[in-house]
Design a protein around this ligand. Structure first.
Ligand SMILES: [Mg+2]
Length: 421
């Protein structure tokens, strides 16, 4: 059996932990620069606020209904996520952290357990120890466990835990479960399935195996099998290096000067290079982009994109930052107000797979590597940004996050105060 533990409305729930008076009230959390709603409590969902709604479009609803609005506070959410993880680790021999608010538990080999009670107990312990509501679904495959956890959210009487295993129960649930909501079914696959008359997860399981294989290849077949209760998606409890790394931000104001755009992109590239080194990867291709504000449709728009190839894969600071700087200078166009920019490392290889070419002068690469190691060591001791490249200028444009809650759990100065009378 596998369990999926999914924190309900995670960011909004984190905000409520230290503001208990907001229980039962509508709460939303906004993305970078207070752009869009990225988390909503159930009460906010009931008001019709949708995921990704731009803040300026929902301002009326917010004011009329006294919705509590927060800027994102990733330090708080990351820390609360870690706390939930610690609770979950006591319940299974292995856990796979799937995202900041979801983790799979490997329950294979656990026998003579009342899994329904177990699911409810996991949820209750998470609530008792962290005050985060968590939905726990247990089922024979990871895909079914995901569906079971969604049921907990629909039916409060399940008390946060749902064990779904009897074939007749699974059939009943799948018959009502939209195919586009199944884990692993993308938007395009869903559209194709709709055109074939497949509406629910159950319809999908009734397709013959050979046509699933023919039309949707291996990933589609895996989902088909998983829905039929046959586990075939690997459990990954180890550390897995990311296949691509993106660092991007929207700016709190428009950037109109080439120098300033270059400075910002140099900072993104620097962070990206640090991330590469942390996971011991090298990059051979990266993309640099900068966009204007798509919400201002009366102003000229541009979406600049530029690719950088490194003949020899790298992770050192200077090569990556100077590649990004050159690309930024190339894509910049005068007369536009840039609102968002970023860098993405798209082609990664593990450090250990590097093969030097015969004609390469490795002494240059070695010198850059030594310089980078020195930078990392100094910044590791004195804090990020203690030493940086001149092109990074005075650093990033501060994002606006006026409605951010305190860093209750990660900064001594923000620790909650309690007065006892
Ligand atoms: Mg969630």
């Amino acid at each position: 059996m596998f369990a999926l533990a999914d924190c309900n409305n995670f960011f909004a729930s984190c905000e409520r932990v230290f503001r208990p008076e907001l229980q039962g009230k509508p709460v939303i959390v906004l993305s970078n620069n207070d752009g869009c709603a990225v988390a909503r409590s159930n009460e906010a969902k009931a008001l019709g606020i949708r995921m990704g709604d731009p803040f300026f479009k929902i301002r009326d609803i917010v004011e009329k209904n006294d919705v509590a609005v927060f800027s994102g506070n990733m330090a708080l959410y990351g820390d609360m996520s870690q706390r939930v993880r610690w609770v979950l680790e006591d319940f299974a021999p292995a856990i796979e952290v799937y995202s900041i608010d979801e983790a799979f538990l490997d329950l294979r080999g656990m026998k003579d357990i009342d899994f329904d009670a177990y699911a409810k107990k996991i949820s209750a312990e998470c609530w008792r120890l962290t005050s985060i509501p968590v939905s726990v679904g247990i089922a024979p495959s990871k895909t079914l466990a995901k569906i079971a956890s969604k049921l907990c959210k629909q039916y409060p009487k399940l008390r946060g835990g749902c064990y779904m295993h009897r074939p007749q129960d699974i059939e009943k649930v799948l018959r009502r479960f939209p195919i586009e909501d199944v884990w692993g079914i993308g938007r395009r696959t869903a559209a194709k399935l709709h055109s074939m008359g497949v509406r629910t997860a159950w319809d999908y399981t009734q397709l013959p195996e050979y046509s699933v294989r023919k039309i949707f290849a291996l990933p589609g077949l895996r989902t088909w099998r998983e829905l039929r209760g046959e586990p075939c998606i690997e459990f990954e409890d180890g550390f897995e290096a990311k296949q691509s790394i993106c660092v991007s931000r929207s700016f709190s104001r428009e950037v109109v000067e080439v120098g300033e755009l270059v400075e910002q992109i140099a900072n993104f590239a620097s962070t990206m290079a640090e991330k590469l080194r942390r996971q011991k990867s090298l990059v051979s291709e990266m993309a640099v982009f900068a966009y204007t504000n798509r919400f201002k449709d009366n102003e000229p728009q541009t979406y600049g994109n530029s690719l950088v190839h490194f003949p020899q894969p790298v992770s050192d600071q200077r090569t990556i930052v100077s590649g990004a700087v050159a690309a930024a200078q190339e894509l910049f166009r005068q007369g536009y107000g840039y609102k968002k920019a970023g860098v993405v490392a798209t082609h990664l290889i593990p450090e250990s797979d590097l093969v030097h070419s015969l004609f390469e002068d490795t002494s240059v690469a070695e010198r850059e590597q030594r310089l980078t190691s020195a930078l990392d060591a100094i910044n590791g001791t004195f804090g990020r940004g203690a030493v940086k490249l001149a092109v990074q200028g005075s650093g990033r444009i501060k994002s606006s996050s006026e409605r951010q809650s305190p860093h209750y759990t990660t900064l001594w100065s923000d620790i909650p105060k309690v007065s006892v009378k």
